[in-house]
Design a protein around this ligand. Structure first.
Ligand code: ATP
Length: 233
C-alpha cells in the first residue's frame, strides 16, 4: 500500500527526517510513535506532499508519489486527518462533507453522509451546525468524516484523540476499529499508546527523524524499558 524508503525532509536548512523508512500493508493499521519533535508529523506531511522529501522515495500502490502535489496525492486515495483538525469554521457539517465528497478512487461503495453518520452518530445530530460551533471531539469526528468522503484506501491520522474527553476518545477509537474491519489501511500517530496498540498490526518508533524500533502485534517486545527509552513514559 505505502512504502517510504530512506526519506529525508527538511524545513529550510534544518533536516527533520533522516533516512526514514516505513511500510503500511493493505488493510493494516500501523502505529507511528515517538516523543515530541521526533518527526512523526513530518512523516505525514512528507507522504501528503505538504513538505516533500528532498531525498528518498514514497510509493503508494506501486506508484511513486513524492514529486506530486498534495491534491494529486489525495486524489490517488490518501486521506489526511491533520493535527489540530483544520475544520472550516463557517461551513456546517453538511456543507463540509458535501464540499469535499468525491469518488476519485472509483470505490464501488462510496462513502455518503449517511455512511459516515453511521460511524459517528454524533455528527448527524449536529448536521446543521457550523464547524466553529462543534466541540473538540465533534470537530475531530468531522475531520475523520471529511477525509472519508474522498473514499481513501489509506487514512493518515495525526493526534486524532489529543485533548479529548475519554468518552469522545472511545468513540473515535471505535470508529477507527470499524474502518479497520472494513479493510481501510491506517497510519496513526497518537499518544494513547494502549488504545493505539489495541487496533494496530505493527508499530514503528521514531527518534531524531529516523525509525529506530519496530514491532508487530501482539507486541511482545514492547516492554516498559522500550516505552521509557523511546517514549519517556
Ligand atoms: P509532536 O509530537 O510535537 O507533534 P513530531 O514527532 O510530530 O512532534 P515534527 O512536528 O515532525 O515532530 O517535528 C520534527 C522536527 O522538525 C522538530 O525538530 C521540529 O522542531 C521541526 N519542525 C517541525 N515543523 C517545522 C517547521 N515548520 N519549521 C521548522 N522546523 C520544524
Amino acid at each position: 500500500m505505502l512504502d517510504l524508503t530512506d526519506i529525508e525532509t527538511c524545513y529550510g536548512n534544518a533536516r527533520a527526517l533522516y533516512r526514514a523508512s516505513l511500510h503500511v500493508g493493505a488493510g493494516e493499521v500501523v502505529a507511528l510513535m515517538g516523543r515530541n519533535g521526533m518527526g512523526k508529523t513530518t512523516v505525514i506531511r512528507s507522504i501528503m506532499g505538504l513538505t516533500p522529501p528532498n531525498r528518498g522515495t514514497v510509493s503508494f500502490q506501486g506508484r511513486l508519489i513524492h514529486t506530486l502535489s498534495p491534491y494529486k496525492i489525495a486524489r490517488m486515495g490518501i486521506g489526511l486527518v491533520p493535527e489540530g483538525r483544520q475544520i472550516f469554521p463557517t461551513l456546517t457539517v453538511r456543507e463540509t462533507l458535501l464540499a469535499v465528497a468525491a469518488n476519485y478512487t472509483g470505490s464501488p461503495d462510496p462513502y455518503t453522509m449517511e455512511r459516515v453518520f453511521a460511524i459517528f452518530p454524533r455528527l448527524k445530530e449536529r448536521v446543521n451546525h457550523l464547524g466553529r460551533e462543534l466541540s473538540g471531539g465533534e470537530q475531530q469526528m468531522l475531520a475523520i468524516a471529511r477525509a472519508l468522503m474522498i473514499n481513501p484506501s489509506l487514512l493518515l491520522l495525526d493526534e486524532a484523540t489529543e485533548g479529548l474527553a475519554p468518552i469522545l476518545c472511545r468513540e473515535i477509537w471505535q470508529g477507527l476499529k470499524l474502518l479497520k474491519e472494513r479493510g481501510m489501511s491506517l497510519l496513526v500517530v497518537d499518544k494513547n499508546i494502549k488504545q493505539l496498540l489495541e487496533i494496530s498490526n505493527r508499530c514503528v518508533i521514531m527518534e531524531k527523524g529516523s525509525v529506530v524500533w519496530k514491532d508487530q502485534a501482539p507486541f511482545t517486545r514492547f516492554s516498559d524499558q522500550v516505552k521509557m527509552r523511546y517514549l519517556g513514559v
